[in-house]
Design a protein around this ligand. Sequence first.
Ligand SMILES: Cc1cc2nc3c(=O)[nH]c(=O)nc-3n(C[C@H](O)[C@H](O)[C@H](O)COP(=O)(O)OP(=O)(O)OC[C@H]3O[C@@H](n4cnc5c(N)ncnc54)[C@H](O)[C@@H]3O)c2cc1C
Length: 291
Amino acid sequence: MQVPAPVDYERALSLDHAIELLERYGPDAKIIAGGHSLLPMMKLRLLQPEVLIDLNNVTDLGYIKVESNEMRIGALTRHSELLESPIVSEHFPIISEAERVIADPVVRNRGTVGGSLCQADPSEDLAAVFSALKASVVLRGSKGTRVVPVREFHSGPYSTVIDPGEILTEIRVSLSSPCGSAYKKVERRVGDWAIAAVGVVLRVSNSRADDVGIGLTAVGAEHYCAYEAEEFLVGKELSEETINECARIAAENCNPSADQRGPVDYKRHLVEVLTFRALGKAVARCKGGSQ
Ligand SMILES: Cc1cc2nc3c(=O)[nH]c(=O)nc-3n(C[C@H](O)[C@H](O)[C@H](O)COP(=O)(O)OP(=O)(O)OC[C@H]3O[C@@H](n4cnc5c(N)ncnc54)[C@H](O)[C@@H]3O)c2cc1C
């Protein structure tokens, strides 16, 4: 059985306390939220922090609310809370659809949105979703607070721009932007990580795409985004032909690797099909007037 190396443990009692503990212990300390990614990495000795700072008692970091025309999600919000939230399903079906296919109830009851974004796993579903939504994250440390677009937050596989003394406290999504969204994922079996997945957010005026967000996961897309495909679609009439071409561009410009989940060609094929289907669903939702 794999066991982690010995580690000290501190329970943060408030956000300020957590920041103070991070400051005190420096880069050898790690925040633990749901622990679903951190603990497996410690068991495999891929990470050996000296101190774990537990955020789970900072319960005021768990919320979903609407404020200043934004949906604001606290970092400690669990996957299951996102899945069950009427605010989320009303405004952003892309999030509900992604949550339905993230892992299983055990993981969703414990894993957090903040942990998911900070883990920066290349197959992370919420990273693609929040990139498609062009969301922002709020980072707090002893030097103050900064707001960073999600598209600038992930700097590569398992890496982000967060400083060792900072904590991700909130995710913000503008409520004025999307009018239609959808998430499509193919996995080997229920609850598995994606072979490929695509999230789409569209705003449409006069049958043309005004604003387009396309997030990809598990296929090596930079910042989880299909930039070229988004650029192609902006200003275009949303016909079967343009959607098809947009999906082709998304597949052409991603960068999947061959692994136990499949060869490169298969993953590119999935990106094309899933982008086409997600766009079709988002367009239908725009036309239906529902998001
Ligand atoms: C069996 C299994 C299947 C899974 N399947 C999927 C899947 O299909 N799709 C998917 O997207 N995910 C999947 N996951 C991952 C799951 O979503 C995790 O919950 C998530 O990756 C990490 O969230 P966590 O709260 O457990 O973070 P933790 O494991 O506690 O932390 C992860 C990392 O983030 C840091 N961190 C956590 N919170 C903060 C914060 N607020 N500020 C700064 N740093 C922070 C930690 O220091 C650590 O480095 C799966 C996990 C398991 C165990």
